[in-house]
Design a protein around this ligand. Sequence first.
Ligand code: AMP
Length: 290
Amino acid sequence: MKTKAEETIDIPIVRSIADLRSAIALWRAAGETVGLVPTMGALHEGHLALVRASRAKMDYTVATILVNPLQFGPDEDLESYPRDEAEDAGKLAEAGADLLYAPPIEEIYPEDFSTKVEVTGLTDVLCGVFRPVHFSGVATIVTKLFLQALPDAAFFGEKDYQQVLVVRRLARDLDIPVCIETVPTVREADGLALSSRNAYLTVEERAIAPKLFETLGEMAAAIREGCSIAKTVASSEAALRRAGFGPIDYLEVRDPETLALVDGPNRPARIFVAAHLGKARLIDNLAVTD
Ligand code: AMP
């Protein structure tokens, strides 16, 4: 017999599109709303915040776990990406998700799979430049998940801000009737944005990592006070390098809707950064003004 402390909360898991649709059809028939939370697993409090946001708004919440090969470049961490489905399932159950959809790759990409969803424009900048196949992989899997589950709403983290814009655009352009909800970035106490890839950091690198968000905060304050954006960016990049960061893919101030570069004051602006630290590539973003 299990003691109370050992009891685990379970969550139903479906692995096929047919089973996903049957489960959701039952809820729909009862007039209930459905929220979708797509993830790649290795779940942390950031993912669970999405589940909780869905639970708060929707009658039922479906979380998905799939390490989507299409969104990884040839030299990226597809093989080493952390995976622990049993642990993830427990976390999802505890956070109140109603169903876990964890299909095998073959269910999603049959051998002769040959269609891609490509969002242009928004993907020509920031991560799109450094990860050329990434957003088409994201757009393709997200479109498929939307069409498989047909949720009323889907929940995404602001941590991946460019991704949210891409997903909003594809839903609008392809007339997919899903409401895209965003959830603020969940951070460690020292400001580091939670990420499954933080697991790649050594103890020394982990001590340096919070400098990224700290720098964004300082930059936002300086720009609000009227400092030149170009000078602020240059000195902040130098500060990150001094702190121990490796290559900085980008540190840029852009329009929060169009992602056009912002170079002057009094315009809506958001700061975006991607920087390498050891084996990890950390990304973050922060609003200067709304
Ligand atoms: P991933 O598993 O990295 O593909 O992320 C799945 C979802 O969780 C995406 O919508 C992410 O933006 C979101 N997410 C990841 N990290 C965080 C975080 N620290 N705070 C809020 N949402 C997050």
